[in-house]
Design a protein around this ligand. Structure first.
Ligand code: ACO
Length: 360
């Protein structure tokens, strides 16, 4: 029995392969490196949905229409919802979307995190919400609904690259949660809510906010080693490092590091912030190598996510919501893949509590 189910195979999937030994991520036969250079997030949704949902000739437009449909739900946001952490408020809004199994239901569940995150960010700042523009790409419209201005091509490309990068990733905790719920035939909204609840924890999708907290705590590059060493001495984990499956570098970290560099070249990232992050990364890798020489603990997706989303103007408390914008497509495809097997997921536990004598 392994309490983290490590190395346990619990599903057969055609969706993605996390090749931990070689540091590769394959999504439906394409390597992540190829996808991020040549596709859009909408292309990746179509790829993931192929064979699991009805095909749609104009998926960008259908997704835009779905954004317009879910926008009405922002009308219910009141002070009690705004007082919640954004990911919890977003979960409450997503829970308003009825359970279904078809493509329109799925697209509304992808649209929801984008529209709700943008709306919640503005409402928390005392600003009016901005209605979706169904003719724009998902990434561009998300930035426009968040900031009220049409984003630059570089900003749109950076968010699009991020959404693709996090779209699917094997049987991670949130995707497993999605499949467990789907196996009960509960419906897509229920699967996405379960997955989002798993994602929000700091050991999964809740890490990038704390990455920025660590950068702020370090303050300057020359303080990186001392600050991180003290954190490790306290028994803290260094956020943005380590992975259950990758034994070499997380390929998603590379994809996002490239996006961060492109934004930095365009002047969208303060060079001092980038220098601080690079110093923290180098010091953390050095310390983790010394702490665990037998176990390669490398940079994971969350480290450069933090810098990228900060540069795109998302408040750090909404980073998990932005992660969900991308990962929902994977959750939905996995949910359908599981539901189509018709098989309920129901493993066994080993009872280790006090026993009761069997009556003679
Ligand atoms: N900082 C310090 N030590 C670490 C870290 C880290 N980031 N990651 C692993 N270790 C250490 C552990 O303390 C453990 O040491 P021990 O054997 O002395 O107890 C050893 O390395 C092995 O760690 P495990 O917990 O077995 O590794 P696991 O595979 O379960 O953990 C995880 C993976 C949860 C991601 C872990 O590396 C971690 O906590 N990282 C920090 C949080 C983070 O960045 N999360 C985002 C992950 S990416 C994603 O989900 C999208």
């Amino acid at each position: 029995m392994k309490s983290g189910l490590e190395d346990v195979v619990a599903a057969e999937t055609r969706l993605s392969d996390v090749d931990g030994a070689h540091g590769r991520l394959i999504i439906r036969g394409h390597s992540l490196d190829d996808l991020v250079g040549h596709s859009t997030y909408e292309d990746v949704i179509a790829l993931l949905f192929d064979g699991y949902f009805a095909s749609e000739a104009d998926l960008p437009r259908a997704l835009g229409k779905a954004r317009s449909e879910v926008f009405a739900h922002l009308a219910v946001v009141d002070a009690s919802l705004l007082a919640l952490p954004p990911v919890d408020a977003m979960r409450a809004l997503l829970a308003r979307l009825p359970d279904g199994e078809d493509l329109p239901s799925a697209l509304r569940l992808i649209a929801g995190p984008a529209v709700f995150t943008a709306g919640l960010i503005r409402l928390r700042q005392g600003l009016d919400v901005i209605a979706p523009d169904a003719s724009m790409s998902h990434a561009a419209d998300t930035l426009r609904m968040t900031h009220g201005t049409v984003p630059s091509p570089e900003q749109t490309a950076a968010l699009d690259r991020y959404l693709m990068t996090v779209s699917d990733h094997g049987l991670n905790a949130s995707t497993f949660a999605s499949r467990v719920v789907a196996s009960t035939q509960a419906g897509l909204t229920s699967s996405v809510l379960a997955a989002l609840s798993a994602l929000k924890g700091p050991l999964h999708g809740g890490a990038p906010g704390p990455v920025l907290d660590a950068l702020d705590g370090v303050g300057s590059p020359d303080n990186a080693s001392a600050w991180l060493e003290a954190a490790l001495a306290r028994g803290d984990r260094l956020m943005g490092f380590g992975h259950r499956v990758y034994r070499v570098r997380d390929p998603r970290a590379d994809a996002l590091k490239t996006a961060v560099r492109l934004l930095a070249n365009g002047g969208a990232i303060d060079p001092a912030r980038l220098a601080l992050a690079e110093a923290v990364e180098a010091a953390a890798l050095d310390l983790l190598k010394r702490k665990k020489p037998d176990r390669a603990l490398d940079t994971n997706v969350e480290f450069y996510t933090a810098l990228l989303l900060e540069a795109l103007g998302f408040p750090r408390e909404t980073f998990t919501c932005v992660f969900a914008m991308g990962r929902t497509s994977g959750w939905l495809a996995h949910a359908r893949e599981q539901a189509l097997t018709g098989r309920l997921i129901r493993p066994m536990s080993v009872y280790v509590g006090p026993s009761v004598a069997v009556a003679a």
